[in-house]
Design a protein around this ligand. Structure first.
Ligand SMILES: Nc1ncnc2c1ncn2[C@@H]1O[C@H](COP(=O)(O)OP(=O)(O)OP(=O)(O)O)[C@@H](O)[C@H]1O
Ligand SMILES: [Mg+2]
Length: 280
């Protein structure tokens, strides 16, 4: 029997539940709530789970407070996280105390201080900071293979062996480059191109236009997995919502490549699942 994880059953269910509670929060009697804060280049996501680590609420906002994985607008980032925290607290009728965060792999020495400070300044007791693909794997539950998180600004790669992370890397290529390519090809302002790209109805036409930049990401993946026995690539991150991206990456890497139904909220949910009641 193949060891490959052919479906992402747990992941697809958790993400579906999360999408539902973003619109319809579950107001209940949980003894504690855990929040995952994903400060992304393109999108800031808060995912809230209850005492049983089931999604109960969430919010996301496109924002420009982080670039290439680094916090560039510190005050803006604090304000957004604080606002989103308040918004969810009002919906749930409770205070969100515990928060966890993630940073792109390998940037801890450069920037994890800033991410930590943002989450704390927004009013959370910070309980953990982990790297993004490792967070994603708390939801994907891959034992062997590569988890590739293609976000707005960066592509994070982590390689797993027997359930343990053996290699992590981060490269500054992501969805923003995709939007720049669309903007150039269709002579659209960047903001318009960004929205055009996100519309699944446009994906069929966009795929050939975006093929070179997807192939660039595939060659980045190839460089990093060289020397490791990777038989499966699992794609997460908003950029992987692009229909057909997995086919191009599979062709270029020669490795079985797949993605969950909605790759966008996997990392923030994984961050929430790693949140505890122990401040760091
Ligand atoms: N339906 C979609 N189709 C194509 N791209 C999409 C879609 N939805 C979101 N994206 C793209 O996904 C990116 C955002 O993904 P994500 O939220 O994972 O990034 P991030 O965490 O903010 O960035 P990073 O991890 O690089 O800091 C944006 O570039 C956005 O345009
Ligand atoms: Mg991200």
């Amino acid at each position: 029997m193949s060891e490959k994880n052919l479906t992402f059953k747990f992941c697809d269910q958790v993400v579906k539940d999360f999408e539902h509670v973003v619109k319809h929060p579950i107001v209940g009697k949980s003894s504690v709530y855990y929040t995952g804060v994903d400060l992304g280049t393109a999108c800031v996501v808060l995912a809230v789970v209850d005492e049983n680590y089931k999604p109960v609420a969430g919010a996301y906002k496109y924002a420009d407070v982080v670039r290439d994985g680094m916090v560039v607008d510190y005050i803006g980032a604090i304000n957004i996280v604080r606002e989103m925290k308040h918004e969810i607290e009002e919906k749930l009728g409770t205070e969100l105390i515990y928060g966890a965060a993630a940073i792109p792999p390998g940037t801890d020495e450069l920037d994890s201080g800033a991410v930590k400070n943002v989450v704390q300044a927004a009013g959370f007791e910070l309980t953990s900071v982990l790297d993004e693909p490792t967070a994603a794997n708390k939801v994907l539950r891959i034992k062997n293979g590569a988890v590739v998180d293609i976000g707005g600004g960066t592509t994070g790669i982590s390689i797993l062996k027997d359930g343990k992370v053996v290699y992590i890397a981060d490269e500054p290529t992501g969805g923003t480059q995709f939007s720049l390519v669309v903007s150039g090809a269709y002579k659209m302002p960047f903001a318009e191109a960004e929205l055009y790209k996100r519309n699944p109805e446009n994906h069929k036409d966009l795929l050939p236009v975006l093929k070179p930049v997807v192939e660039k990401i595939a060659s980045i993946i190839n460089q990093h997995i060289k020397g490791y026995d990777v038989q499966e690539i699992s794609l997460v991150g908003g950029t992987c919502c692009l229909t057909g991206i997995e086919t191009i990456i599979e062709k270029k890497t020669g490795i079985f490549t797949h993605k969950p139904e909605n790759p966008m909220f996997v990392t923030p949910l994984g961050i929430a699942l790693s949140c505890t009641q122990e401040s760091i």
